[in-house]
Design a protein around this ligand. Structure first.
Ligand code: PRP
Length: 211
């Protein structure tokens, strides 16, 4: 039997994903050691491997088959559009993708002038403004703390994830428009889905029963 490999998005999602997997009997004791510098973890008994990767890299590992299964946010799936199967909404990590900015930016959004949009998600922002809104905007790619952009005058608005809304509130910003709902998803390599269908379907079915 060959190994089935899981790629989990590092950070907020990984912990919950591992807890969910544990509930269906998929455990990895090695992974629980907080002092370990190991990058890949093995469960020999179940012939499973696990690794953590930066969220935007998870769809890449899965597309190329370096991982059979990935757990990653819908935001990353939409942004990266890789050839992978999205098979399950895991129901945690719920948040939304929004256009946000200061209240004063509302009129800019409704106007005809070109404005600037800062975001970690240029493809999602392009799709929203160019295809859905038919608006010409300038998109500026940032790598984090996106809320800074309108505060320091880099952009008029941002496209970013809103979970509780406190980051926006504490910085005098608000949601100006909703783009879509997000949550953690399970994704599968297209060849693995055929070659290891029984083992993978079994995992998906067990997880689905938890939801
Ligand atoms: C995310 C997002 C917002 C914040 C939203 O950032 O980009 O900044 O969380 O959460 P809230 O609505 O509950 O305040 P993250 O902490 O992942 O880091 P980043 O800013 O570096 O992307």
């Amino acid at each position: 039997m060959r190994y089935i490999t899981f790629a989990l998005a590092k950070g907020r999602l990984a912990k919950t994903a591992l807890a969910m997997l544990e509930e269906i009997g998929i455990t990895c004791e090695e992974m629980k050691d907080p002092n370990s510098r190991k990058l890949i973890f093995v469960n020999e008994e179940l012939k499973l491997k696990f690794f953590l990767a930066k969220a935007p890299d998870v769809p890449t590992y899965v597309e190329y088959g370096a991982a059979d299964i990935g757990v990653v946010g819908k935001d990353t799936i939409l942004e990266e559009h890789k050839k992978i199967y999205e098979v399950l909404d895991l129901g945690f990590g719920k948040c939304r993708m929004c256009v946000a900015g200061p209240k004063s930016a509302r009129s800019i959004l409704d106007g005809n002038d070109v404005f600037r949009v800062a975001t970690k998600y240029p493809n999602i922002a392009k799709d929203y403004f160019y295809n859905k809104k038919n608006q010409s905007v300038e998109i500026i790619k940032l790598n984090g703390s996106i809320e800074l952009a309108p505060i320091v005058g880099l952009s008029e608005v941002i496209v970013d994830i809103v979970e509780t809304g406190s980051t926006l509130r504490e910085n005098g910003l608000e949601v100006l428009d909703d783009i879509c709902q997000l949550s953690a998803r399970m994704v599968i390599n297209q060849v693995s889905m055929k070659m290891e269908n029984e083992r993978i379907t079994n995992i998906i079915d067990k997880l689905r029963k938890l939801l």
